[in-house]
Design a protein around this ligand. Structure first.
Ligand SMILES: [Zn+2]
Length: 174
């Protein structure tokens, strides 16, 4: 089984990290890659009551035909983007309800369901699963967190560095 670094490298070949960094563009690229729309919803962190994942402030709501990422918005922009990238990590690393190990219908704790229902654009009956911290287990949590670290690192890396990696050959003749 490939480690998280190798999986990240493979994923970032299929879904390039936008340069200059643009979270909206990246979310769009992930949605296109997965063939499911993704919308991102800021909420007040207290609404999540620590039930989300990462640092307790991210939630993946899997609807029948689309996905919603909810994040606690009362934080720095960098941290908010890290939370969203963490949830994208769960999606891309296959941590969703369909592949849950030993699938006993992943739990949807009351807090999370309540959060989902707070969102005006989501009809409760369209929700398949709400995935918070307790749904993933520590290894998946750690992998999603590492994925988010790698995305944000790559996003913030000076351009010259990435040219060495990605355009070295193409630019040789210049
Ligand atoms: Zn998580």
């Amino acid at each position: 089984m490939a480690g998280i670094d190798a999986r990240f490298r493979e994923l970032s070949r299929n879904i390039p990290i936008p340069r200059p960094w643009n979270l909206t563009a990246y979310v769009g690229a992930v949605a296109e890659f997965r063939g499911r729309a993704i919308t991102v919803h800021p909420v007040d962190t207290t609404v999540l009551a620590g039930a989300g994942c990462g640092t307790g402030s991210g939630l993946w709501i899997a609807k029948r035909d689309a996905d919603v990422i909810v994040y606690g918005a009362d934080t720095t922009e960098w941290h908010a983007e890290h939370i969203v990238a963490h949830e994208l990590g769960h999606m891309l690393l296959g941590h969703g309800p369909d592949r849950a190990a030993g699938d006993n219908a992943p739990s949807t704790p009351h807090t999370l369901a309540a959060v989902a229902e707070l969102l005006p654009s989501i009809s409760p009956e369209s929700i398949r699963h709400v995935l918070g911290r307790t749904d993933y287990g520590s290894i998946r949590e750690r992998d999603a967190e590492t994925f988010a670290d790698l995305v944000m690192l790559r996003a913030m890396r000076p351009r010259r560095d990435s040219m060495l990696h990605t355009t070295f050959f193409r630019d040789r003749g210049c």
